[in-house]
Design a binder for this molecule. Structure first.
Ligand SMILES: Cc1cc2nc3c(=O)[nH]c(=O)nc-3n(C[C@H](O)[C@H](O)[C@H](O)COP(=O)(O)OP(=O)(O)OC[C@H]3O[C@@H](n4cnc5c(N)ncnc54)[C@H](O)[C@@H]3O)c2cc1C
Length: 439
């Protein structure tokens, strides 16, 4: 069954000798950062080792969600949604953004209690999330029947189309003057006088005064070569596309064991909720103490797997020189195998819950590797130990929705503008490993 291929971005550009900022990584975070910077008159080059949005940013569910976000992330989610609303006009293209609302539906009081607790954080911020039940819930999710007693609904939440949105944003950034290079792996960041001075790529060097590392699942490896110990582990999520179904809600809906979103092409993106795999790798041991508290909280949602990943990662070099071939050139696109048990489980659970889906067929399956920090909140921050070096990574499965806000915040931090939201929850120094001098 075919995998995900994002819209191709072909933006031929001259090689710049110098720019203000080099962005490493062409997912939604790197692309939003480049777009925000170029719009503010800051010269920028973005280097992507494979395709724009080839990894997580084309493989995600496409939920643009404020509901259920960590309280630390809520203001950024709200600001990001505001930016998403103007995105089609901003990039003069279709991104699939639709303000459809999002609902979580609950089978029992215990599930509902989790949402009630979260509402205590959302209400003071003026978010329009509310509990729903009975006929109101049936109107929101037709065919829901008696199984689901109640739910929580946020009318201002939305959806967008991952594999067209990010390429459209990259094309717009290029049109506005950003240099966008694909098939161009960044190998190292060079420094002079304790500050960044250039990025060396497989195709040559670009001098700059700032660098943003937005490398998703690769950020830890890249930073490690620079002596920066970024605590990030990788988690695998598996997804299916179902054929179209009549009379179903336009909005994304999640239950405890399935989630679905109607797509622009009429089909549905479906997954088993709370069913992700963490392969045991050498990093699992190196970072064990950092993740222990969150593992205790989330162990029910996570399946630990001992598989070939341990040996594969053990063989990947952790240090290299700028003139050496790097792991980034060897894997242009991370395209992991989906887990059939979770793909089929999600579809089965959905078909049992909502009879309208009973005749829908699986037409595509895929998987993506998420970059997860110990507190599941991203790092959007300068790094104290190296002047001009910024991190925009560790989006922990939430980066598609908050991507435009994160890119704008990163541009605020680089240009010294007053940030639209408080960057404090995203500071690098909250992790002891990032507060240390470079090794
Ligand atoms: C199955 C799944 C479902 C999800 N669902 C949602 C959802 O519904 N809503 C939501 O908000 N979020 C969701 N997410 C999370 C979201 O997709 C990510 O948080 C977001 O896409 C991260 O964007 P990114 O730019 O940081 O990383 P990525 O999209 O992974 O991009 C990083 C890029 O950096 C490149 N790169 C790395 N190293 C180098 C180098 N040295 N040189 C050049 N390029 C390099 C990579 O090739 C890659 O293209 C989901 C994720 C998955 C996997």
């Amino acid at each position: 069954m075919s995998r995900i291929i994002p819209d191709l971005v072909e933006t031929p550009s001259d090689w710049p000798e110098r720019v203000d900022v080099v962005v490493i990584g062409g997912g939604i975070i790197g692309v939003s950062t480049a777009l925000s910077l170029i719009e503010r008159g800051v010269s920028v080059a973005l280097c992507e080792k494979g395709l724009i949005a080839g990894e997580q940013s084309s493989r995600n569910w496409g939920w643009v969600r404020q509901m259920g976000r960590d309280p630390a992330e809520l203001p950024l989610s709200m600001e990001s949604l505001r930016i998403w609303e103007g995105m089609n006009a901003r990039v003069s293209a279709e991104t699939g953004f639709r303000k459809t609302g999002i609902a979580y539906i609950c089978r029992n009081d215990a599930e509902l209690a989790v949402h009630e607790e979260w509402l205590k954080h959302a209400r003071p911020l003026g978010l329009d999330s509310a509990l729903v039940s009975g006929p109101a819930l049936e109107t929101l999710v037709p065919g829901i029947g008696q199984t689901f007693k109640a739910g929580i609904y946020t009318a201002s939440d939305a959806r967008a189309e991952p594999f067209i949105a990010v390429p459209a944003m990259a094309r717009a950034a290029a049109k506005k003057g950003a240099h966008i290079f694909t098939n161009c792996a960044a190998r190292s960041v060079e420094t002079s006088g304790g500050k960044v001075s250039s990025v060396v790529t497989e195709h040559g060097e670009i001098k700059c005064s700032s660098v943003v590392l937005a490398g998703g699942a690769w950020s830890r490896l890249f930073a490690g070569n620079m002596g920066i110990d970024l605590p990030i582990l990788k988690i695998l999520g598996s997804v299916a596309r179902l054929s179209s179904v009549d009379g179903m809600s336009d909005m994304p809906v999640g239950a405890s064991d399935f989630a679905f979103r109607k797509r622009l092409d009429g089909g549905f993106t479906v997954a088993q909720r709370n069913a992700n795999i963490a392969a045991v790798t050498p990093d699992s041991f190196r970072l064990f103490s950092d993740y222990m508290p969150s593992l205790i909280k989330t162990w029910r949602e996570l399946a630990l797997r001992i598989n070939g990943e341990f040996v594969r990662e053990l063989r990947i070099p952790r240090r290299w020189k700028p003139d050496e071939m790097t792991p980034f050139e060897q894997v242009r696109i991370l395209d992991p195998d989906p887990t059939p048990k979770f793909v089929n489980g999600g579809v089965d659970n959905l078909q049992k819950a909502l009879p309208a889906f009973r005749n829908a067929r699986i037409t595509k399956i895929w998987a993506g590797l998420m970059d997860v920090t110990p507190d599941a909140v991203p790092v959007i921050s300068p790094v104290a130990s190296l002047g001009g070096f910024y991190l925009a990574t560790g989006f922990s499965g939430h980066g598609f929705g908050i991507g435009p806000g994160a890119g704008a915040l990163m541009a605020d931090l680089i240009t010294g503008a007053t940030p639209a939201v408080d960057p404090f929850p995203f500071r690098a120094q909250r992790f002891a490993r990032l507060a240390k001098p470079r090794a």
